[in-house]
Design a protein around this ligand. Structure first.
Ligand SMILES: C[S@@+](CC[C@H](N)C(=O)[O-])C[C@H]1O[C@@H](n2cnc3c(N)ncnc32)[C@H](O)[C@@H]1O
Length: 287
C-alpha cells in the first residue's frame, strides 16, 4: 500500500464506511423492519362511539363527499345524519351510494349542499359534527364558528386533520397547497388550535395519528407506495407531453395527490384527531 498524505477531513467517511456500515447489524435491520401496529381509520368510529353517538343523535358530516362515512355512521350507530358537501358531483355520487345502501339507511340521511362557512341549520341542532379530512380547504374561523353554533351545549366536533411539520420545505408546501386547493395557514397546527379556542371550543383530546393510517394502508396492501413513487418518476420524465395533452392543472393535482401519502410517510405531513367540545356554560351573569 502506498501511503498518502493525510487528506483534509475523512473523519465522517471513516465513521460511515469504517464503523457504521462495516458489517450489517442484523438485529438493527430486523428491528427497523418491524411493523409498529399502526391504527386504521376505524379509530375515528371508535371516537364516535366514545362520544356516545346513538339512535337519538343528530350528526352533521361536513365535507361528506359521497356520503360513505355518513352511511357507515348510520349503520353502526343508527343515528340521523346530515351529509353536507358543496360540490355538485359529490351530491350525485352520494345519491348513488344512498340508493345502494337501501331505504332504511337512506331514510336516516339528508343530503345538503351546505359549505361549512355558512350552515343553513338551526343553532344547537346537532349532537356531533364529524369533520374528516376537510378543514384544509375552508375558511377556518367562520367554519369552526358555524360548527360551534349548530352544536348543542356539551356536544363535540370530531376532527381528523393533517398538518405540515417543520420537515416540510417552503417550495414543497407551496406547490402542494396550490394544487390541492389548500389554505396554507390551515396546515399550521398551532393556528388550528388557536382558531378552535377563539371560537369557544375546548380542545378536549388531541391524538397524534402522524403517519399511522398511511402505514396501515401500505401494510394492508391497499396503498402501493412504490407505485406512487414510480408514477411520480414517470410523470416527471413525461411532463411536457402530459401537460400538452391533459393540461397543467391535472398534471400538478395528480403529482400533489401522490406526494401527499409520501410526505405523510416522510414526516413532512402529520395527521391528528381532535375532540373539540362545546362547553356547557354554567352560572348566571353577575349584575
Ligand atoms: C379530502 S375530501 C374528504 C371527504 C370525506 N370527508 C372523507 O374523509 O373521505 C374533502 C371534502 O371537503 C369538501 N369541501 C371542500 N370545501 C368545503 C367547504 N367549504 N364546506 C364543506 N365541505 C367542503 C370537498 O368537496 C370534499 O368532499
Amino acid at each position: 500500500m502506498i501511503d498518502s498524505q493525510p487528506a483534509a477531513d475523512l473523519a465522517g467517511v471513516h465513521k460511515l464506511y469504517g464503523e457504521l456500515w462495516a458489517e450489517q447489524n442484523a438485529d438493527f435491520e430486523t428491528e427497523i423492519a418491524k411493523p409498529r401496529h399502526p391504527r386504521s381509520p376505524e379509530v375515528l368510529f371508535d371516537y364516535a362511539a366514545g362520544l356516545e353517538v346513538n339512535v337519538d343523535s343528530r350528526v352533521l358530516d361536513i365535507g361528506s363527499r359521497d356520503a360513505i362515512h355518513a352511511i357507515e355512521l348510520v349503520r353502526r350507530f343508527g343515528c340521523q345524519v346530515v351529509a353536507a358537501d358543496p360540490v355538485p358531483l359529490h351530491a350525485e355520487l352520494a345519491r348513488k351510494r344512498l340508493a345502494d345502501a337501501g331505504p332504511e339507511i337512506a331514510a336516516r340521511i339528508d343530503l345538503s349542499d351546505a359549505a361549512i362557512e355558512q350552515l343553513p341549520f338551526d343553532d344547537v341542532s346537532f349532537d356531533l359534527v364529524w369533520s374528516r379530512d376537510m378543514l384544509n380547504h375552508v375558511a377556518l374561523r367562520p367554519g369552526l364558528a358555524e360548527c360551534w353554533r349548530v352544536l348543542r351545549p356539551g356536544a363535540a366536533m370530531l376532527v381528523f386533520q393533517t398538518f405540515a411539520t417543520p420537515l416540510m420545505e417552503p417550495g414543497e408546501s407551496r406547490r402542494l397547497y396550490e394544487n390541492h386547493s389548500i389554505h396554507a395557514e390551515n396546515m399550521d397546527q398551532d393556528h388550528f388550535e388557536e382558531v378552535a379556542r377563539s371560537v369557544s371550543f375546548v380542545i378536549e383530546t388531541h391524538d397524534p395519528i402522524t403517519s399511522e393510517w398511511r402505514e396501515y394502508a401500505v401494510e394492508a396492501g391497499t396503498t402501493d407506495i412504490g407505485d406512487c413513487l414510480m408514477t411520480i418518476a414517470r410523470m416527471r420524465r413525461a411532463e411536457q407531453d402530459l401537460v400538452a395533452t391533459y393540461g397543467r392543472a391535472l398534471y400538478e393535482a395528480t403529482i400533489a395527490d401522490h406526494l401527499w401519502g409520501i410526505y405523510l410517510l416522510l414526516g413532512k405531513l402529520s395527521s391528528s384527531i381532535y375532540v373539540l367540545r362545546k362547553q356547557v356554560l354554567t352560572g348566571a351573569a353577575h349584575g
